[in-house]
Design a protein around this ligand. Structure first.
Ligand SMILES: C[S@@+](CC[C@H](N)C(=O)[O-])C[C@H]1O[C@@H](n2cnc3c(N)ncnc32)[C@H](O)[C@@H]1O
Ligand code: SF4
Length: 391
């Protein structure tokens, strides 16, 4: 029954400037042929229709890059196309990532008219020095104005923040978080700053220009973030995501629950189940190559393959253990054809449970709060030498 629904991801790869910490597929271009891009995205959507026409769309997510730079009529045409091609659920979630600048804030009303019903605002910090360090182009007052306008235009909105910034004290973050909570409306994405290879921050960090908190300090920031958000009624439903009950981002839940989704636009990934196999499909990462691909073949597919059982088990665990609720035995069996204990090395599983990093309760395999902070290490340990059972 699960595979009868899916999410749709649309990638807009352009930004006005590149932030020094960001390794997303985002690019600055002097000019963009909007008409050509709209045609390409529409054609890329259509290319998925034959395999999925009988399935129901539960969410559309415009991500980036900076999709709030897309002209609202383009967003509207893409939403209409999805609705023409597929049945959609009655409570279809349509999210869009927006930068909180004054230019974008002025488009919120038109984006709402286009059908967007949830925005995710990249506030990142409510301190001018924080925004400056992160290389953001908006000010604190612009961000606050954008939040107000989002409140007036959209049923749901979420705020993104980056914390554990260099020299940020726990007390400063607690104050910033309290202010964020007073501006929020049921959903927050709170990320600890990570240094990604290939970014300007990677160079400056390794040159010693700034330092990050130690693992113990980061863990303390995380603990306090949990306690403060929980005191305001927010549940930590994923490693970095906090929401009122029922306010989780449905589209992202599709990824974490390893359900089907399609992705159009440069670098977009898809996971689609048909004829009993789960497929991984990928678009070209380069914006120009992707557009070329689409116009050449009416289809942006760059690579497609059946996901082998071992990779599927790794992906399912990597995604599902991010969630506080973990993975149900039922989903595990449906996706992998066997139970947790059959799929995983019993000794390793017992060791991780003993160390209070994993737990099995109510027929669900979960990472504990400590485990969720050390997920990479847990997965490396579980999978070195391969998963146990091949169905
Ligand atoms: C696709 S990105 C940003 C979307 C939008 N263009 C923006 O800047 O607000 C989604 C989120 O990931 C987070 N993020 C990106 N790179 C990060 C990093 N190196 N460390 C921590 N968080 C990061 C930011 O909070 C960002 O809002
Ligand atoms: S953080 Fe957002 S605005 Fe900054 S470069 Fe990445 S995608 Fe673009």
């Amino acid at each position: 029954l699960k595979n009868k629904t899916f999410g749709v991801y649309v990638h807009w790869p352009f930004c006005l400037s590149k932030c020094p910490y960001c390794d997303f597929n985002s690019h600055v271009r002097a000019s963009i042929d909007i008409e050509r891009w709209e045609k390409a995205l529409l054609a890329d959507l259509l290319s998925f229709h034959e395999k999925t026409f009988h399935q129901t769309v539960t969410s559309i997510f415009f991500g980036g890059g900076t999709p709030s730079l897309m002209p609202p009529h383009m967003v509207e045409n893409l939403i209409k196309k999805v609705m023409d091609l597929w049945p959609v659920s009655s409570d279809l979630e349509i999210s869009l990532e927006a930068n909180p600048t004054s230019v974008e804030e002025k488009k919120f009303s038109a984006l709402a008219t286009a059908g967007v019903n949830r925005v995710s605002l990249g506030v990142q910090s409510l301190k001018e020095n924080g925004l400056k360090f992160l290389g953001r182009t908006h000010s604190v007052s612009e961000a606050k104005k954008a939040i107000e306008t989002a409140r007036l235009n959209f049923k749901r909105y979420s705020l993104d923040f980056i914390y554990t910034r260099p020299a940020q004290t726990l007390k400063e973050w607690e104050e910033e978080l309290q202010e964020a909570l007073s501006l929020a409306n049921g959903h927050l994405s709170l990320y600890q700053l990570t240094i990604e290879e290939g970014t300007p921050f990677f160079l400056s960090f390794h040159r010693g220009d700034f330092q990050l908190p130690s693992n113990d300090q980061s863990a303390l920031f995380y603990e306090h973030t949990h306690a403060i958000t929980q005191a305001h009624g927010y549940l930590p439903y994923e490693i970095s995501n906090y929401a009122f009950p029922q306010q989780e981002c449905r589209h992202n839940m599709t990824y974490w629950q390893y359900e089907d989704y399609i992705g159009v636009g440069p670098g977009a990934h898809s996971r689609l189940t048909f004829e009993g196999e789960k497929y991984a499909i990928r678009r070209h990462r380069s914006p120009e190559k992707w557009v070329e691909d689409v116009f050449l073949k009416n289809d942006g597919t760059h690579e497609v393959h059946v996901i082998p059982w071992k990779v599927k088990s790794e992906e399912l665990l990597m995604m599902g253990l991010r969630l506080t609720q973990g993975i149900s035995q039922e989903d595990f069996i449906e996706q992998l054809g066997c139970s947790f204990t059959e799929a995983l090395n019993a000794d390793k599983l017992q060791k991780l449970i003993k160390e209070n990093l994993l737990e099995i309760s109510e027929s669900r395999l979960k990472a504990t709060k400590d485990g969720r902070q050390r997920l990479d290490g847990i997965l490396r340990y579980l999978f070195e030498g391969g998963a146990e059972h091949e169905s």
